[in-house]
Design a binder for this molecule. Structure first.
Ligand SMILES: C[S@@+](CC[C@H](N)C(=O)[O-])C[C@H]1O[C@@H](n2cnc3c(N)ncnc32)[C@H](O)[C@@H]1O
Length: 293
């Protein structure tokens, strides 16, 4: 005898309860996302069709996804996409999942730029999130997006095409500045800045993401130090550097920026939770003798 099939509403309740131990208060929302993915429906349709039955194949698909999520696999990898600053990005394991703080960084950059910069460098582009969002905000600007990971670059290229900005972003495989010779009006980076020691005991979700996107060395400052040291030589006078940083790295990052003797206005800025999260520095017209340019 065939097992009786469940309705959409019953599946939603079941998936929510299954996800509760891992996802807590967001269990319901995550269950909705997984169910919309399996049924290829919008969230609204889930509720309009709550009494309709799901097929045994859809039920089996949902069970698999719920189980993977229960084990800690990030939702965005299961869905295969994420929203970032109004852009739809495809996401695959092996590429960093863009975070809401980085959307804040993009909003901050757009708000603080009185005129759009002509030429922009995105260091460690990952899925392409920052370049793509800025390219959509600034239709006249050109971009170079760098990553060391071929997997990230391939996905970022695809995401740029999907969002209609591929002609204005040049993707370059480079170890930070090693394959970059030109100068820019704005450099932005969300580099790996997590302390290695923290990663070793990090929540399970983080272990699914590429460690090269997270590991900032013993103090979390390895990539930030290199980027800060080399940025002045790649910024036009008056050009601006924006960095995402760890909440306890503000004073170190300010000091690193000062030590270059190449930046004027140096500031750290807070995220919506009130923690230091971003740094901004403007390259001076005058650069002190002995500065490392
Ligand atoms: C924290 S992720 C940020 C990704 C993306 N910008 C975002 O905000 O979602 C850091 C990125 O830097 C890249 N990366 C790590 N080391 C690098 C290096 N030496 N040179 C260039 N990119 C690097 C990683 O592959 C990863 O994509």
């Amino acid at each position: 005898m065939m097992k009786p099939t469940k309705t959409v509403g019953e599946e939603l309740r079941w998936a929510t309860e299954q996800l509760r131990p891992r996802c807590g208060e967001s269990a319901r929302l995550e269950a909705e996302f997984l169910l919309t993915h399996v049924l290829q429906q919008t969230r609204l349709e889930l509720y309009l069709r709550a009494q309709e039955s799901v097929t045994p194949k859809q039920h089996a698909q949902l069970c698999k996804l719920v189980e993977r999520r229960r084990r800690g696999e990030p939702l965005q990898y299961l869905l295969g996409h994420a929203e970032f600053f109004g852009c739809s990005l495809r996401l695959t394991p092996g590429v960093f999942i863009p975070r809401p703080e980085t959307e804040e960084l993009v909003a901050l950059i757009v708000a603080r730029s009185s005129t759009p910069p002509a030429h922009v460098l995105d260091l460690g582009t990952g899925s392409g999130a920052i370049s793509i969002a800025l390219a959509r905000a600034w239709p006249e600007s050109s971009f170079v997006a760098v990553d060391i990971s071929p997997k990230a670059l391939a996905l970022a290229r695809e995401n740029a095409r999907r969002n209609g900005v591929a002609e204005r972003i040049r993707f370059v495989r480079s170890d930070w500045f090693s394959h970059i010779s030109e100068r820019f009006d704005l450099i932005v980076s969300n580099p790996p800045y997590v302390r290695r020691g923290y990663l070793e005991r990090a929540p399970r979700e983080l272990r699914y993401e590429p460690q090269g996107a997270l590991d900032g060395g013993p103090e979390g400052l390895d990539a930030l130090t290199e980027i800060i040291r080399e940025s002045p030589a790649h910024l036009r006078p008056g050009g601006v550097l924006y960095l995402e940083i760890g909440s306890d790295q503000g004073s170190c990052v300010r000091r690193l920026l000062q030590e270059t003797n190449a930046f004027g206005e140096i500031e750290t800025l807070k995220d919506l939770t009130g923690q230091d999260r971003f740094a901004r520095a403007v390259r001076s017209d005058y650069v002190a003798p002995g500065a490392s340019l």
